[in-house]
Design a protein around this ligand. Structure first.
Ligand code: GLC
Length: 435
């Protein structure tokens, strides 16, 4: 009898999860999410004080020593409104904030333990509360990053990371750990107004287990959806999406590429998001000043949109609570570009022919925006017929001044004769209208 139950229940769970059908509220959120095309990721925690990135605890310190940082965490320059305004100024439409990272420290007011920004630091302010209000005031949607893994808690069933943090072992207890997570998710989805997405991370901690590890995601996703029916679920597990997920996340690569090694998964039909760093690290790292330039970041955003995905671009705020000057400079630069060219990005869908050496395209209705981002490779632009937004190309003109661009019809597609492109141009945009 007991055997029968244990055999039946996993199959039953799978059946339940695979029946997942997004609700009308979720479908609406998915549509809004996909229109946004650009968000800002924020990795901020007590790890920022060590200025070695958010994985610092994994690389040496004992968790008790590490925890002492909390007692000195007083980010005197934190101002949620300043963050939100700078982020809004970049043209981003949402913020994804790290509520609890792998180090187990909660950056919000939680009753589940004292290791959090309100009870465990002299600062004592609920930064998430302030940020959620600033988001509402600045018309930004709020997404919450939440780590599934915990390098601190004894009841977390240990995985392949966080082995040197001083956990004793032998006290692993999925029941209490999952209760803890559920209680925190309930707080996050009850106390901060509308949350448009929960962004899970850490699944991969158990990807080398001899037996597949059961994270009970279906129950957890159901909890999220029951607490906020419009809240999207995403999980940075680098696998094909699991039932119950509403967006698909790619780490450090636009969908379809795999330069970083995290993206062997297929591209699903879910709304897509690529997360990427502005420099090299997620959390603040003092040596990491290798920021990508504004043109490089804009081109990455355009390329991501060309693949039909949002870009979630990361900033690691400093220990004092301010955003690094280099990041503010990038936000301003991207914002200036988006002010002029945003309509070729927001609300668009993927390029019918993918990304090319010279650039990509984005589509809105019967319009195709041709983004030429490498002028040296742009002498010969062929737009293949397949997937074009209309039977006939009616007109081609420059986005900047409507100047006509010549084109000819060939066997495989339309050939654009773009002429000289100014070399310093970030993105030379030709607008194609189809009928
Ligand atoms: C990886 C890293 C994690 C980071 C995340 C952001 O999962 O382990 O530290 O928060 O990527 O995409």
């Amino acid at each position: 009898m007991i055997l029968a139950v244990s055999l039946i229940s996993p199959a039953f769970m799978t059946a339940t999860a695979s029946d997942y059908k997004p609700s009308p509220e979720i479908i609406k959120s998915q549509e809004e999410f996909a229109k946004d095309r650009f968000g800002i990721f924020i990795h901020w925690g007590i790890y920022s004080m060590f200025a070695q990135g958010e994985w610092y605890l994994n690389y040496g310190p004992h968790a008790d020593e590490y925890a002492k940082a909390a007692k000195g965490f007083y980010p005197v320059n934190f101002n949620a409104s300043d963050w939100a305004k700078a982020i809004r100024g970049s043209g981003a439409k949402y913020i994804c904030f790290t509520t609890r990272h792998h180090d187990g420290f909660s950056m919000f007011d939680t009753d589940q333990n004292d290791y959090n920004i309100v009870d465990g630091t002299p600062f004592g302010r609920d930064v998430l509360k302030e940020l959620s209000e600033a988001c509402r005031e600045n018309d930004l949607s709020l997404h919450l990053y939440y780590s599934h893994l915990d390098w601190l808690r004894e009841d977390y069933p240990r995985g392949r990371t966080g082995k040197t943090t001083g956990r004793q072992g032998g006290m692993e207890n999925w029941e209490t750990y999952s209760k803890f997570m559920d209680a925190q998710l309930t707080e996050l989805l009850s106390n901060y107004g509308p949350v448009r997405a929960v962004w899970f991370d850490g699944w991969w901690d158990h990807d080398e287990d001899p037996e597949p590890f059961d994270w009970h995601l279906d129950e957890q996703y159901a909890l999220v959806h029951s607490l906020q029916p419009a809240c999207l679920v995403g999980n940075n597990h680098h696998q094909n999406p699991f039932p119950g997920e509403d967006i698909q996340i790619f780490e450090r690569d636009v969908p379809g590429e795999n330069t970083a090694g995290y993206s062997e998964q297929d591209i699903s039909r879910l709304p897509l998001e690529t997360c990427q760093t502005m420099n090299g690290m997620w959390g603040y790292k003092v040596e990491d000043t290798n920021y990508k330039s504004v043109p490089a970041l804009v081109r990455y955003l355009v390329k991501t949109a060309g693949q039909g995905a949002n870009l979630l671009l990361n900033i690691g705020p400093q220990p004092d609570g301010s955003l690094p000057e280099e990041a503010l400079d990038r936000l301003r630069g991207i914002g200036e570009w988006m002010d002029v060219y945003g309509e070729t990005i927001y609300g668009t869908t993927a390029s019918p022919f993918g990304n090319k050496e010279w650039g990509t395209s984005t589509r809105k209705g019967n319009t195709l925006y041709i983004h030429i981002m490498d002028s040296e490779k742009a002498d010969d632009i062929l737009i293949p017929f397949e997937g074009l937004p209309g039977a006939k190309l009616k007109s081609a003109g420059l986005f900047d001044n409507n100047a006509k661009v010549k084109f000819s019809k060939e066997k495989e597609g339309y050939r654009l004769h773009v002429g000289d492109i100014p070399e310093d141009k970030i993105d030379h945009i030709v607008v194609l209208e189809f009928i």
